[in-house]
Design a protein around this ligand. Structure first.
Ligand code: HEM
Length: 407
């Protein structure tokens, strides 16, 4: 059953049961014709089926590390209109406008529309969906647990294209990248929150007036911690994070957390100490500079007992799957939202349990048993330097079912 058909059946049932309108029979009939009146997406053949398949569109550097987009904007949305065939057509046409305006690449515009736990709850379908409301995942944090209806994730090397896209989708901008704007996401959603950020050499230093980061952060730091993100061999593939069967197949789950960073004491540490805590005590600065794919020794307990310190990467890598492959496709970026240095940690995974498993490995509470120098936060990866402010969960459907997904 297609998602549109499922949605319309559900709406038919809902509107009948709640006596919202007399149109339940009409909706049920239309559910048998789920193509509605929209022609096929004219750009479908040129675009990945998965909205979340950005990596194929990204270049790599000489060492094989992915060159990630430099600017990000996530628009967190609440539904203003009842789900309906008309609203679904508006959403789909609005998303097609983005595809017509810019090439789907980091030089153009990368985007994905995810649907939150608030939306599935509104449909009465949360328990049958791939997601649930977020929960607290670490005993050192007390985050806001958020439920939105949707999230539009945007990324580009060109910051003005993110601003223009927001103006076209939620303001009254009439054209976007040469394309006429006739349908807007703002006709169906209102903007609840905006998350902005950046990644790449030069940009952290430009934001050094934020709290939580020293004013003299090096010009070449690619992010606030100084070591970049997305090193070869540490990311899940698009295939690994894509749901492979059932009514939500072709999509993925997205977890979004906002982390505050307190990095003044981080930048007082020597390179070698930063590497111990970010990667592993077994590596020297030369190892990190030279080898883009780090050998994973799985010796966290030994490092805890012998060195009294463990690295963030080596803890997280313990949660790789049975084949030794990472479970998460991380798309995190730095931010100064709220005037404070932080990270919007966006993670894609086949199941939310994958994220929880990694976060549990990253917590590493059990390592305190190996050394009195390790506590819940101290010498325990990067936990001393981050605080989780909020969490939210989303489902990102495949491109052809991105408007109002349902089972
Ligand atoms: C400020 C926050 C964080 C920073 C600065 C950070 C930094 C890093 C770095 C430098 C790496 C090494 C690989 C790479 O270059 O990408 C890494 C790996 C990783 N991180 Fe983080 N991280 C942060 C938060 C998190 C969170 C919240 C999670 C998930 C709960 C996470 C999960 C992972 C995973 C799964 C890996 C790869 C492990 C593997 O190779 O299998 N990180 N992180």
């Amino acid at each position: 059953m297609t998602s549109r058909r499922g949605l319309l059946r559900r709406l038919a049932a809902l509107s009948g049961a709640a006596g919202l309108s007399g149109c339940s029979r009409l909706l049920a009939q239309r559910a048998e014709a789920p193509t509605a009146d929209l022609p096929a997406n004219p750009l479908a053949a040129e675009l990945p089926v998965e909205q979340h398949a950005w990596e194929t569109e990204l270049r790599t550097d000489a060492k094989g590390n992915t060159l990630l987009p430099r600017h990000y904007r996530i628009l967190l949305l609440n539904l203003d209109r009842e789900p309906s065939e008309e609203s679904a057509a508006t959403v789909e046409r609005a998303m097609r406008t983005l595809e017509q305006a810019y090439e789907f690449s980091a030089d153009g515009l990368l985007h994905m529309l995810g649907w939150g736990s608030g939306y599935f709850e509104r449909l009465g379908a949360l328990s049958g969906s791939p997601i649930r409301h977020p929960k607290v995942l670490s005993r050192t944090d007390d985050p806001d647990l958020l439920a939105f209806d949707a999230a539009l994730v945007l990324a580009s090397h060109v910051p003005s294209q993110l601003v223009a896209t927001e103006q076209a989708m939620f303001g009254d901008r009439g054209t976007l990248g040469g394309a006429a704007v006739e349908d807007r996401l703002g006709d169906v959603f209102s903007l609840a929150e905006r998350r902005t950020g950046f990644l790449g050499e030069g940009l952290p230093a430009k934001h050094a007036d934020a709290e939580g980061v020293p004013a003299d952060i090096p010009d070449d730091a690619p992010n606030f911690s100084g070591f970049g993100t997305g090193r070869k061999g540490t990311q899940a593939t698009v295939e690994r994070v894509t749901i492979d069967d059932g009514p939500f197949a072709g999509g993925t789950t997205m977890h979004l957390s906002h982390l505050r960073q307190s990095l003044n004491s981080w930048w007082e540490m020597a390179d070698s100490e930063q590497i111990e805590q970010l990667f592993s005590p077994e590596f020297s600065p030369e190892d990190i500079d030279m080898d883009p794919s780090l050998p994973f020794a799985d010796a966290v307990e030994e490092h805890a007992a012998e060195d009294g310190v463990v690295g963030h990467w080596e803890k997280a890598a313990r949660a790789r799957d049975e084949d030794g492959q990472p479970r998460l496709l991380r798309r995190d970026f730095d931010t100064v939202d709220g005037g404070q240095a932080g990270v919007h940690f966006l993670s894609l995974q086949r199941e939310l349990e994958d994220f929880e498993r990694v976060r549990d490995a990253m917590n590493g509470w059990w390592l305190r048993n190996e050394s009195s120098e390790i506590t819940d936060r101290k010498n325990n990866g990067i936990l001393e330097f981050i605080t989780v402010l909020s969490r939210a969960n989303f489902y990102v459907p495949p491109r052809d079912r991105r408007a109002f997904p349902s089972a």
